[in-house]
Design a protein around this ligand. Structure first.
Ligand SMILES: O=c1ccn([C@H]2C[C@H](O)[C@@H](COP(=O)(O)OP(=O)(O)OP(=O)(O)O)O2)c(=O)[nH]1
Ligand SMILES: [Mg+2]
Length: 171
């Protein structure tokens, strides 16, 4: 059964900007465009306006995610991915993009799609301070404690692990 969509109030800061839309019925993200053209040199970042502001219902937040196609084709990432849009935020939604390609510039034209916005329900928690936390299987293990992480310069990858830097040449 198709879930009933949640109504979200939207205001166009730019009167011509298209209302964010889902490309397909099952998509999680509604595409956002930039209302300003921009050219990013390798390593350069920019804060791009999307031309829209929204009023989310209490208990919801929107998360601005990168678009995979831009990442794969051009090396464009979002510096703060995912960007968090609070329910109370009424300002224009902006996207902080960075060109991670080491050689090529990337150019955005006005109304190019730059990111996608996923609206989700979020829990509000109360932090209850305790002297000791309950035990768990993971306990304090983190940051690669289960293995299988990438190898870096001067260390050996292998065993199907990813590797970076000079390690890659020898393989
Ligand atoms: O990619 C983003 C991230 C955030 N925002 C807007 C909506 C959000 O509600 C507000 C604040 O974002 P955040 O809490 O991530 O930034 P902060 O640096 O903690 O600022 P603040 O002190 O205003 O909370 O900025 C955007 O337009 N785009
Ligand atoms: Mg904040």
């Amino acid at each position: 059964m198709t879930p009933v969509p949640v109504d979200v109030l939207i205001r166009r800061v730019d009167p011509q900007v298209p209302i964010p839309g889902y490309a397909h019925p099952g998509d999680a993200g509604a595409d956002l465009v930039t209302t300003e053209a921009a050219e990013l040199a390798p390593g350069e970042r920019a804060v791009l306006p999307t031309g829209v502001s929204i009023a989310l219902p209490e208990g919801y937040a929107a998360f601005v995610h990168p678009r995979s196609g831009l990442a794969a084709r051009c090396g464009v990432a979002m510096v703060n991915a995912p960007g968090t849009i609070d329910a109370g935020y009424r300002g224009e939604i902006k996207v902080i993009v960075v060109n991670l390609d080491p050689r090529e510039s990337v150019r955005f034209e006005r109304y190019d799609r730059v990111a996608q916005m996923v609206v989700q329900q979020v829990e509000k928690v109360r932090f209850q301070e305790v002297a000791e936390l309950p035990g768990s299987a993971r306990a304090e293990g983190g940051f690669g404690s289960t293995g299988g992480h990438a190898a870096v310069d001067g260390t050996t990858g292998g065993n199907g692990y990813a590797s970076v830097g000079s390690d890659r040449e020898g393989r």
